[in-house]
Design a protein around this ligand. Structure first.
Ligand SMILES: *[C@@H]1O[C@H](CO)[C@@H](O)[C@H](O)[C@H]1NC(C)=O
Ligand SMILES: *[C@@H]1O[C@H](CO)[C@@H](O)[C@H](O)[C@H]1NC(C)=O
Length: 313
């Protein structure tokens, strides 16, 4: 009987893990990154400005979905500008961990670069010593179309309708937009240093280009420097575990990727449980009562080694 009692916290911990993990890994998945060619001198004031700017971004992401910072320097070439933008549907906690993840990846990707930008699934981070804050920029950064599929004309109209809806102003400032119809879902996000009209202009431009580029594709993503739009037909491609957050499709024909991911998680969990039971049995004999703390420690350890790559700290 006491054995069952001991296992209870483990089971609940593993259940929580199972339920929350896919969302975490999806928010942190890499979309694109780029660095300025110019390098600063390591150990220079520029470096300490970069560090303090990036730290400010990480701290601020605990309370905001968007913020900008300027680190002033006596010499104008050392003055730094930076911002982060989280996807509008993220919780404070997910936003903060996404920005922390992006900043840590930027540090590796753009080592000693005077500027850099990184887009993860859930957030965007950029810093540079040229002013880009509040500047509309429709440079194409990334476009990705899914496989071509046989849309009938109804479906195609519905898809275009959803995209048009995202590209249309409703009067109020909406930097994050979602839409869906049938099994088509889509989302749009502006970087909030843009004004309402600039955001509107950027999104309607992306929608136009996306319809051209990814005509009959099952999914499409188009990222400009300051805004992006993504769409997908259910079963063809998914945004990951968070997809349910912005489209409610009742049919459950999940992505192969999702199924594989879930399978991998399940296999991992079963292995972890088996291992823990073995360990427990052993420890029970060896130590008697210390197993509970150890159990929690081990579970967390396995949790982080399984799921927190590449952003573990
Ligand atoms: C940005 O910083 C780099 C490295 O210190 C410098 O060479 C460049 O002139 C700076 N650019 C501006 C616009 O200040
Ligand atoms: C930058 O941040 C300041 C202070 O939070 C805010 O007043 C300003 O509007 C922001 N600028 C842009 C371009 O977002």
């Amino acid at each position: 009987m006491s054995k069952t009692l001991t296992m209870a916290p483990l089971i609940s911990l593993l259940t929580i893990t199972l339920l929350t993990t896919p969302a975490i890994s999806s928010v942190d998945s890499f979309v694109y990154g780029g660095c300025s060619q110019i390098k600063y001198t390591p150990g220079s004031p520029y470096e300490s400005n970069v560090n303090s700017l990036l730290t400010s971004l990480v701290n601020s992401a605990t309370f905001n979905v968007y913020n900008n910072f300027t680190i002033k320097s006596p010499t104008s070439q050392d003055t730094l500008y930076g911002l982060f933008q989280c996807r509008g549907d993220l919780s404070n906690g997910d936003c903060a961990s996404c920005v922390a993840c992006a900043v840590s990846q930027l540090g590796t990707l753009c080592l000693d670069s005077s500027g850099g930008a990184l887009q993860l699934d859930g957030c965007f981070v950029k810093y540079d010593n040229t002013t880009f804050l509040g500047v509309e920029d429709k440079t194409e950064v990334l476009k990705k179309c899914g496989p071509l599929i046989a849309y009938d004309s109804d479906e195609l109209n519905r898809r275009d309708g959803v995209l048009d809806y995202l590209g249309t102003s409703e009067g109020s400032y909406k930097p994050f937009r979602v839409g869906g119809s049938g099994d088509v879902s889509a989302m749009a996000q502006c970087v909030q240093d843009l004004s309402a009209s600039e955001c509107q202009d950027c999104l309607s431009e992306v929608v136009g280009r996306l319809k051209t580029y990814c005509g009959a594709a099952a999914s499409g993503d188009l990222y400009l420097a300051k805004c992006y739009v993504r769409f997908s037909k259910a079963g063809a491609h998914s945004y990951g575990g968070n997809a349910v957050d912005y489209h409610d499709h009742d049919d459950d024909d999940d992505d192969d990727d999702e199924v594989q991911k879930t399978l991998a998680i399940l296999v991992g969990l079963i292995a972890a449980v088996a291992l823990l039971i073995l360990l427990l049995t052993f420890l029970r004999k060896a130590w008697g009562h210390g197993e509970c703390k150890l159990l929690v420690y081990l579970s967390l350890h396995i949790y982080s080694s399984l799921y927190c790559d590449p952003c573990t700290w």
